[in-house]
Design a protein around this ligand. Structure first.
Ligand code: DX5
Ligand code: ZN
Length: 219
């Protein structure tokens, strides 16, 4: 699965930027990744709930909201209630991630848990039993266009084997520095869903970039 990140899109034309990566099933983007940053959990500020509410009405692509915010226990639920398909919170920020996952699911969304590059996976395996997606960050969260950190693929491999042996039931997602040079290694490590910002929206033809990334991941 490919999830273009609108962080690298033109924020004044979000509906058109969503449409540009949409397409027939199996060809267009599977999810649209929406990076919510609060200038506290990360040193950058992007968009919040009102924009997601508008985007929800403007596109049929499932919205994959990645909340890089403090206090997700309080704020994440609004994104689920507004119709986000998947709502991902950071394990470094969540106070009660198990309760949060239950609340997100009760509000009709999938629950996602993200870990920063320096955060180990093992201490969070029990918590991950309550989640539908694991978002492995392959750059420090905060900005698009950064260099892929290959060391995080060890965590992808661990997560993949936990899923394949039935210890976890979730999709493994990767976010940061995914492009034509890095996607094959990530696919080989066991990623199910690839977030790509600059590799899609800085391309001359973002729709074609989505198709090319999917083909490469399937190699
Ligand atoms: C970074 C964001 C990513 C970002 C990825 O904090 O979470 O989703 O958009 O951008 P690229 O693909 O350019 O690294
Ligand atoms: Zn993201």
């Amino acid at each position: 699965m490919i999830a273009p990140s609108i962080l690298s899109a033109d924020f004044a034309r979000l509906a058109e930027e969503a449409a540009v990566v949409a397409g027939p099933p199996g060809e267009g983007a599977d999810w649209l990744h929406v990076d919510v940053m609060d200038a506290h959990f990360v040193p950058n500020l992007t968009i919040g709930l009102p924009v997601v509410q508008s985007l929800r009405k403007a596109t049929d692509i499932p919205l994959d909201c990645h909340l890089m915010i403090e206090d997700p226990d309080r704020w994440a639920i609004g994104y689920a209630e507004t119709g986000a398909y998947n709502v991902t919170v950071h394990v470094e920020a969540a106070k009660d991630p198990v309760a949060l996952a239950k609340n997100l699911r009760a509000a009709g969304a999938k629950a996602g848990l993200s870990i920063k590059p320096g955060t180990p996976l093992e201490p969070h395996v029990e918590v991950l039993k309550h989640y539908d997606t694991l978002l492995v960050m392959s750059v420090e969260p905060g900005f698009g266009g950064q260099k892929f950190i290959p060391e995080v693929l060890d965590k992808v491999r661990t997560a993949r084997s936990l899923v394949d042996t039935g210890h976890l039931r979730l999709l493994v997602e990767i976010d940061g520095g995914i492009n034509a040079d890095t996607i094959e290694a990530a696919a080989e490590a066991g990623v199910d869903c690839f977030v790509a910002g600059s590799a899609v929206y800085a391309a001359d033809d973002p729709g074609r970039a989505v198709r090319a990334l999917r083909e490469q991941a399937a190699k």
